[in-house]
Structures are given as structure tokens and as C-alpha cells.
Design a protein around this ligand. Structure first.
Ligand code: MG
Length: 403
């Protein structure tokens, strides 16, 4: 690797689950350097990361966190610059010195920095699915226009990307060539989340129970989205944008072992899949080293240890959020932004024990119903302002309906 140029990486959301895994991966990749980090307010972990990787720039959410960090970096790391807020994130994302941006913030907050990175023609390893869900058409068009590349980090999308890569899908993602690849169907696998095997009503399940994911260790928001199966609906929308496959050709199957990370079926009936233990370090590393494959610290898969791989049809009646997400994706326009905004609020209210588990999908359904009655709803192609307005409207409506 010695003669290759260093790859300078900025991570948005470095103290979250993906960020922490990514830093472990980067430490073992000799050609990668950490150029920038950002976190909301976990200053203690951020300090440890600064000490370990000595980035040029660190972005924190507010002035208080910045002051706290500055007092600490002052004499220790005087060259580390500290920026703040949304403007700081966008500035970091679009920096000319950054070769690759890993966006692993949670929620719609990742949209503007992502746009800035795409406009700067960067490679973006994308874990922040919400940005793509609310503004997929706009983001993919921006990537094409500026020659930027989006590399999926979400394990299912990485699996599909890996299945398509030998076929030239690297270009397909940017130029809409996927139809030439004759993809008949994308099959997204879902672990089923915390409650798939549970009998009886889900109304009284606790936050702690919902946070106990059977196969993946992840952040709180996505773990709740897995328990409601919302995550899989969001991922269908994500796959639709990344691979240019119509929503109706994306199928979801429950696969409790989380070994087959997703599949692609081609016109002739052949199916390709990617298998590995559930470990985010693998898709993260592939996005960072693509198109190369390098050794990793992921535990090798021994099939006879697994013995059994099961696949089931999801229960849409018991997990109504999944159906709502797919509906929003099928309608397109501002609907996915409305679904996502309402869901982000509903998940927060559930985590704060202000609404019940079933209350999450109920609240999202109420917001979508209100949106279908809204006079100046927008369908079809819409710009950034329309998306942000729909996102704001949905959040406000979710707050109002729940208070
Ligand atoms: Mg996923």
C-alpha cells in the first residue's frame, strides 16, 4: 500500500455506533487517515478520539461543547480546529482536503451536509439513511451532476452493492444503468427486530425490551425502527434511490439469523446474495476501500456453525409502520419526508416513555392521514425547500397530535 496516496476521511457522527466502528476499521487500514470528526455533545468520547486520531478539524453541535473541547485541546492539540453547529458540519462535509465523507449522523439533520459533500464531488460512504429517504431524487441527481459517488454503508445496501459490483453497478448507481443489468427484484432481509417472535399484544412492551435487538448492536433510534419494522420500510426507499429499482420490485423477507444481508434476483431467475456474520465493520470497510477488498477483523463465517437459514413473510398487520413506510415510498414526492419526520418524533416520544410502542405507528399513521387532507401537499418532483417544509410540518403535527 506504501505508494498509494492517503485517503483523508471525515466522519459525521463519530461518537455514534457507526462512527465508533468506523474508527476501529480505519485504525487497521494503513491508507486511511482521519481528517475530521463531528459529534453532537459526547465530548468525553470525542476527546479520546482526538487523542487517538489527531484530526485537523472537530465539529460539535453548540458553543458550550466547543468551549469545553477547546479548553482541553488548547495546549495538547493546538492545531486542531473546532467548528460548531450546522454550518460547521456543512463546511467539514465540503472541505477540499477531504477525500471521503462518512455520514453516520442519525436523522434528517444529515441532509444539508450530505448535499454539500455531493456538490463538492466527493465520495460519500452513507450510513445516514434518513437523508436519502426524504430527498433521494434530489441527492441522486446532485451526485450525478457533480460526479460524486454514494457508497452504501447500511448492511443490506452494501450487500446489494457487493452483488452488483462485478457487473459494473458502481456506475449503475450514478447513471441509472441498473435497468441494463436486468434486475428483476431486490430482496431485503430483516432480522425481525426485538418482537418478531413474541406472542400477544405489543402495546405494553417496555423501552428496554424494544432496545434489545436479537442480532445487531446499534444506536437507539435504529433499534426502535427495527422493532417496529419501520427500518425495513425506510431501507426499501433507500434501495429504490440507490439502485434505481422501482418500489414494487423491492421485497422484504424476515431472516432471523441476520447472515444473508440481502439478495438480488436477475431477469433469468439467478439470485446473488452476500453472507457474513452481522458486523457493521464489514460494510463500513467495503465502503472505505471500494473497489478493493482488504483483510478485516470480522469473524469468518463457518456455514456448518449456522446450520439453518430461515426466511419468512413479514406480518404487516402486526407491524403497521412497515406498510406505512412502503406506502410513503410508493407515493414519492414529499411523502417519505412526512413519514420520516413523524417517525423521528414518535420514536423520541417512545424513548422518553411518553407514548406506547404501538403508539409509534399510530402517531405516524395520524400524521400521514392529516397530510393526505392537507391542501398544499406536493406530489412528484420537489426541491429542497419543499422537502424541508414537509419535514417541519410532519414534526410539528406529530408534536401537536401527541400533546
Ligand atoms: Mg440495515
Amino acid at each position: 500500500m506504501g505508494d498509494k496516496p492517503l485517503k483523508k476521511i471525515a466522519i459525521l457522527g463519530s461518537t455514534g455506533s457507526i462512527g465508533v466502528n468506523a474508527l476501529d476499521v480505519i485504525e487497521n487500514l494503513p491508507m486511511c487517515r482521519v481528517w475530521g470528526l463531528s459529534a453532537q455533545r459526547n465530548v468525553e468520547l470525542l476527546k479520546a478520539q482526538v487523542r487517538r486520531f489527531q484530526p485537523k478539524v472537530v465539529v460539535v453541535s453548540d458553543g458550550a461543547a466547543a468551549d469545553q473541547l477547546r479548553r482541553w485541546t488548547g495546549s495538547r492539540f493546538p492545531k486542531t480546529k473546532i467548528w460548531t453547529g450546522a454550518a460547521g458540519l456543512e463546511r467539514l462535509a465540503g472541505q477540499k482536503d477531504v477525500d471521503l465523507l462518512l455520514s453516520s449522523v442519525v436523522g434528517a439533520v444529515g441532509l444539508l451536509p450530505l448535499l454539500a459533500a455531493l456538490k463538492a464531488g466527493k465520495k460519500v460512504a452513507l450510513a445516514n439513511k434518513e437523508a436519502l429517504i426524504i430527498a433521494g431524487d434530489l441527492l441522486m441527481a446532485t451526485a450525478r451532476k457533480y460526479g460524486a459517488k454514494i457508497l452504501p454503508v447500511d448492511s443490506e445496501h452494501s450487500a446489494i452493492f457487493q452483488c452488483l459490483t462485478p457487473l459494473g453497478a458502481c456506475q449503475a448507481c450514478r447513471t441509472g444503468l441498473t435497468s441494463a443489468l436486468k434486475i428483476k427484484r431486490i430482496i431485503l432481509t430483516a432480522s425481525g427486530g426485538a418482537f418478531y417472535r413474541r406472542k400477544g399484544s405489543l402495546d405494553r412492551v417496555s423501552v428496554a425490551e424494544a432496545l434489545a435487538h436479537p442480532t445487531w448492536k446499534m444506536g437507539q433510534k435504529i433499534t426502535i425502527d427495527c422493532a417496529t419494522l419501520t427500518n425495513k420500510g425506510l431501507e426499501a426507499i433507500e434501495a429504490h434511490h440507490l439502485f434505481g429499482v422501482p418500489m414494487e420490485n423491492i421485497q422484504i423477507v424476515i431472516h432471523p439469523q441476520s447472515i444473508v444481508h440481502s439478495l438480488v434476483e436477475f431477469e433469468d431467475g439467478a439470485m446473488l446474495a452476500q453472507l457474513s456474520h452481522p458486523d457493521m465493520r464489514l460494510p463500513i470497510q467495503y465502503a472505505l476501500t471500494y473497489p478493493e477488498r482488504l483483510p478485516s477483523s470480522v469473524r469468518p463465517l463457518e456455514l456448518e456453525e449456522i446450520q439453518k437459514l430461515e426466511f419468512y413473510r413479514p406480518d404487516f398487520r402486526r407491524f403497521p409502520s412497515l406498510k406505512l413506510a412502503l406506502k410513503a415510498g410508493g407515493l414519492g414526492g414529499t411523502w417519505p419526508a412526512v413519514f420520516n419526520g413523524a417517525n423521528e418524533i414518535a420514536v423520541r416520544l417512545f424513548l422518553q416513555e411518553k407514548i406506547s410502542f404501538l403508539g409509534v405507528s399510530r402517531l405516524v399513521a395520524q400524521v400521514m392521514k392529516a397530510y393526505s387532507n392537507k391542501a398544499h401537499r406536493q406530489n412528484g418532483a420537489i426541491g429542497l425547500d419543499g422537502i424541508l417544509a414537509a419535514d417541519r410540518w410532519a414534526r410539528q403535527m406529530a408534536e401537536e397530535l401527541s400533546s
